[in-house]
Design a protein around this ligand. Structure first.
Ligand SMILES: [Zn+2]
Length: 112
């Protein structure tokens, strides 16, 4: 398990290569922590796969993985994280906290 310092160090290096390397070993490309299985197994003629997700704070990044946990592929929504130039981008996405999401939902309900 990575400690906070290790995660902070990973978050400083956001080149495309660093992100790819983290994903290749099943870690969140942004945060560097191990992604855990978050879904059932899906069976296809091409093989079985499931989804894994980052457990860091409110991170929502998900990837698909085969049943040998050897090929990780970011969910389509997150593919752009690997499309940046190799100079990288130091910016790390701010995911809304549970409270922020709740507040947004509450606001939506009351403005109707
Ligand atoms: Zn993450």
């Amino acid at each position: 398990m990575l400690n906070d310092r290790a995660i902070a160090n990973a978050m400083r290096i956001q080149t495309r290569t660093a992100r790819r390397n983290r994903l290749a070993i099943g870690c969140c490309p942004l945060h560097g922590c191990k992604m855990d299985q978050i879904d059932l197994w899906y069976e296809t003629a091409m093989g079985n796969y499931t989804f894994v997700g980052c457990m860091y704070l409110n991170c929502e990044i998900e990837a698909m993985v085969d049943d040998e946990f050897s090929n990780y592929e970011l969910a389509e929504k997150w593919l752009y994280l690997l499309e940046q130039t190799d100079q990288g981008s130091a910016c790390v996405i701010h995911f809304p906290s549970y409270e922020e999401r709740e507040a947004r939902v509450r606001k939506k309900c009351f403005t109707k």
